[in-house]
Design a binder for this molecule. Structure first.
Ligand SMILES: [Zn+2]
Length: 307
């Protein structure tokens, strides 16, 4: 049997099996039961290296999960997740991420892999290639494109839709937003704030093409003073958001901002803002005549944070 050899192909391969199985048994396809699939699939297809343990452990907050070989060397594998994490969606994403490591990397990482919350953010960097592959696998397994497209077609893009997607696939809100940003033709960005500063941000490809993204850098960047995330104006319905005039957020354009506020267990004030820019960049026609603006997606400002 020819097995898949890329994160996307692995996810599509498993997705098809899951879909057929669920249709045959009249079951709901979503959310995906990652633990069940990891055990059943590995036992059937890799009987010499089955996943026999999937357990939560009380790990330090820095760690999300791990994929480890059985210490006896009997060939079995285990997946561990950090049970102190409250978000079920984050744990589900971590399980899928570790299953990705198992399928793609267990032969090159015979000692296993331990993954930090930082690793769950690596999508493009070469340094984090293994992590980026596990994230891509997890994203495609939990949120297959066919269903994702069906869910968003003919719906306005707002945080209610993103919350619906997060519930449907049992992933965090940020994972659902990142998935949408990676496939959309719209110009949009997610900005996650912590205690008034930008913790990380991610722009869709069309927005990067118009030069609007936060570059990776060490310095701290405060949330814009007049942003919804910073003002927390109770008179505004933050889920449908507000249309800002130019100059509040990056770029000289009007921007619709929708924001969700929360407080983390350590009392950090967290904000998740979805920014929607107009479909057409200003001066698009002028710029098309010139060289395209220099940009580098590897350079996007994605540090720390939690998916
Ligand atoms: Zn990892």
């Amino acid at each position: 049997m020819n097995l898949p050899n890329t994160p996307e192909k692995w996810a599509i391969h498993l997705s098809k099996l899951i879909k057929v199985f669920h249709e045959a048994h009249g079951l709901d396809r979503f959310p995906i039961n990652v633990a069940g699939i990891a055990r059943d699939y590995s036992k059937q297809v890799f009987p010499d290296a089955p996943i026999t343990m999937i357990e939560g452990m009380d790990l330090s907050r820095k760690f999300e999960g791990a994929m480890l070989p059985h210490p006896s060397g009997n060939g079995e594998w285990g997946i561990i997740y950090n049970e102190s994490i409250e978000s079920k969606g984050r744990i589900n994403f971590t399980l899928a991420h570790e299953l990705g490591h198992y399928l793609l990397h267990r032969e090159i990482s015979a000692e296993g892999l331990k993954c930090s919350s930082r690793d769950m953010h690596k999508w493009n960097s070469e340094y984090g290639q293994i992590e980026a592959q596990a994230n891509t696998f997890a994203s495609y397994l939990l949120m297959p494109l066919d269903d994702f497209r069906d869910q968003i077609s003919s719906h306005p893009i707002d945080l209610d839709l993103m919350s619906h997607l997060a519930d449907r696939y049992n992933v965090s809100l940020t994972a659902a937003i990142l998935k949408w940003l990676r496939m959309t033709h719209k110009r949009a960005m997610i900005v996650v704030g912590k205690d008034g500063f930008i913790d990380w941000a991610w722009s869709s490809e069309p927005l990067i093409k118009s030069g609007i993204f936060y570059r990776g850098r060490q310095e701290v960047i405060p949330l814009p003073v007049s942003s919804l995330a910073e003002k927390q104006d109770m008179l505004i319905d933050n889920r449908t958001g507000i249309l800002h005039p130019k100059g509040i957020w990056l770029g000289e354009e009007e921007v619709r901002e929708m924001t969700i506020f929360s407080e983390l267990p350590d009392q950090t004030r967290m904000t998740i803002s979805l920014l929607l820019y107009p479909d057409d960049a200003p001066g698009k026609w002028d710029r098309d005549l010139d060289e395209p603006p220099e940009h580098d997606t590897y350079d996007q400002f994605v540090i720390g944070g939690q998916v």
